[in-house]
Ligand binder design. Structure first.
Ligand SMILES: [Zn+2]
Length: 150
């Protein structure tokens, strides 16, 4: 019985980590869009959230073939300070979550390595989302942010 248990436990941990990683990915997407939505709402831009709508250019991967974005009304077609703030709010939400998770990681005692690893698994998508969305490429938030600052 003991040998059976030692084989199942690592498998369960592996499954749990996989679930956690995907939950982290999806959670970060939703949190990121909530950042945009909150900023647009605060600025009175009448935002609408579009989560997991079919993408115009599907990548082939199920979860990547979905578009996630927030639309809002703008008084002007020119890039405005409001556009800058709304664009920045998404990656900022991911940075804040990564910071909270980092503090949690530091507070968890070393005697709980699985929990520490789980927090890191959640922190990785937060950081990736924040950094990837700040690149100045068309289609990501960084493009709006850096275009406004130029
Ligand atoms: Zn964004």
């Amino acid at each position: 019985m003991a040998t059976k248990n030692t084989k199942i436990k690592p498998l369960l941990k592996g499954v749990l980590f996989g679930v956690l990683l995907f939950a982290g990915l999806y959670g970060n997407i939703v949190l990121h869009e909530l950042g945009h939505f909150s900023a647009a709402s605060y600025l009175g831009l009448d935002p609408e959230m579009h989560l997991f709508e079919p993408a115009e250019n599907p990548t082939g991967f199920g979860f990547l073939a979905q578009d996630n974005y927030v639309s809002y009304t703008s008084a002007t077609t020119e890039l405005s300070f409001n556009d800058f703030l709304v664009a920045l709010a998404g990656p900022l939400a991911n940075f804040i979550l990564a910071g909270i998770l980092f503090v949690a990681f530091l507070m968890i005692p070393n005697t709980k390595p699985t929990l520490k690893a789980a927090v890191v698994m959640l922190m990785i998508p937060s950081l990736l989302s924040a950094v990837a969305n700040l690149f100045p490429n068309p289609g990501v938030d960084g493009y709006v942010v850096w275009s406004y600052l130029r």
